[in-house]
Design a protein around this ligand. Structure first.
Ligand SMILES: C[S@@+](CC[C@H](N)C(=O)[O-])C[C@H]1O[C@@H](n2cnc3c(N)ncnc32)[C@H](O)[C@@H]1O
Length: 394
């Protein structure tokens, strides 16, 4: 071994701990070794390099190297930016940060102002790097939330997807329906199927003077309900298991809820919903068309979150599905989190099929474009904005 006695004791400890390691080391173990060494900024000040050439993006000084690993001090001046990259043969490393570091990528230079990718080579590279980073982070945190695919995603969904769509779509169509059908929302009993984070229901409560006890949300996702419960009455449950009948005046299913069912269960979900609604009551639901993928932005972002989305059209048992794969990069509770959000499927029946199914359980079915509110006729097989709105009366 190289002579290490002139290195700070904390660094010597890291070298000895790694060298005495017999098994294959995981990133979690490497992290523990670094943390247990309690390196202080003063220990490594001697190797700082803030006068590095601009082209290097950051200063680097090697403290120790052998055939297995290397210990390096890296120095970023305020404003220095470096992209994710490997170091020769190194596959991964543990980095202890002193001071404040911000994660950024040149992502925004490779998408247009509407959030669509313009450089697919760059996008695919970035996607794969983020996938690896999210796996590594799962390993480090020691938790993978397989059980509930919406775990943590609920907060991100709320911040980047739902707030914007409430402003641009849902609040506007509620206003449209409220006027067109002369609905007395303030005295209506409302059930929201697949209520998600309850943001739309909270909006209804506040803006249409509904009574707290008259609004109820149901969702299968625990993490969605955890957030929703801060806003409305909501419980974890599956609409397919609900036994109530004739108990609400209006049922909402907003942001493609029925399309998140597998094709064989969508009709059952609509039927079960219709049973809960009182006679003359309404179902208000929105859907996307099979050409919605054209409008599906690859990037959504807010101050603390960047959501990367890869949509594709797939076919399963002769049904068309829009499959959205997502990666979230977020600063949550002051920590950077890179999370693979999995694949989310949305069944894309034709508008005619949806109209036919609803016609089995409702006396009147009106369909409008969800943005322009243009009335869709029975022969229309798409909707100008690629999103449409159903108002069905029992
Ligand atoms: C696209 S999200 C829409 C959420 C919410 N309605 C909104 O407007 O933001 C679809 C929601 O439906 C829920 N969901 C899916 N299947 C369900 C079921 N069988 N019963 C109740 N909720 C369900 C999901 O957990 C998810 O939160």
């Amino acid at each position: 071994m190289n002579n290490i006695t002139n290195l700070p004791t904390s660094i010597q400890k890291i070298i000895l701990d790694i060298s005495s390691y017999k098994d294959k080391m995981t990133p979690q173990q490497a992290r523990n070794i670094v943390m247990n060494a309690s390196v202080r900024a003063e220990d490594i000040e001697y190797w700082q390099d803030y006068h590095h050439p601009l082209t290097n993006s950051y200063g680097r000084k090697s403290l120790f190297t052998n055939s297995l690993f290397e210990i390096m001090v890296m120095s970023w001046c305020p404003g220095d930016i470096s992209t994710i990259h490997d170091h020769g043969h190194a596959q991964w490393g543990a980095v202890q940060v002193f001071g404040y570091a911000v994660f950024k990528t040149e992502l925004m230079a490779n998408i247009d102002s509407d959030g669509f990718v313009t450089n697919f080579n760059y996008w695919n590279l970035l996607w794969n790097e983020l996938l690896q980073a999210s796996q590594l982070q799962c390993e480090l945190i020691g938790e993978i939330h397989n059980k509930d695919s919406c775990y943590s995603y609920a907060e991100i969904y709320d911040e980047v997807v739902r707030k914007e769509s409430l402003k641009k779509i849902t609040s506007k169509y509620i206003q449209f329906i409220h006027c067109k059908y002369h609905l007395d929302l303030s005295s209506s009993r409302i059930l929201s199927i697949g209520c998600g984070t309850g943001i739309m229901e909270e909006y209804l409560l506040k803006n249409y003077y509904l009574e707290w006890d008259n609004v109820l949300g149901i969702d299968t996702s625990e993490s969605m309900i955890k957030l929703a419960s801060k806003r409305i009455n909501a419980f974890v449950g599956d609409i397919l298991d609900i036994k109530y009948t004739n108990s609400c005046d209006i049922a909402f299913a907003s942001l493609n809820v029925f399309q998140s069912f597998v094709p064989s269960l969508m009709e059952e979900a609509i039927e079960k919903t219709s049973r809960i609604i009182k006679n003359d009551g309404y179902l208000i639901a929105d859907f996307i068309t099979s050409d919605h993928i054209r409008r599906y932005r690859n990037i959504l972002d807010s101050e603390n979150v960047v959501l990367l989305r890869k949509p594709s059209l797939i076919e399963e048992s002769h049904n068309i599905i829009q499959q959205n794969e997502v990666i979230n990069v977020a600063i949550l509770n002051s920590k950077l989190q890179i999370m693979y959000g999995g694949k989310h499927n949305y069944y894309l029946p034709s508008i005619c099929q949806v109209r036919y199914i609803l016609g089995k359980f409702f006396n009147r079915v009106d369909i409008f474009d969800a943005l322009t509110f243009a009335y869709l006729n029975p022969e229309d097989d798409t909707s100008p904005s690629t999103q449409y709105l159903i108002v069905a009366q029992k």
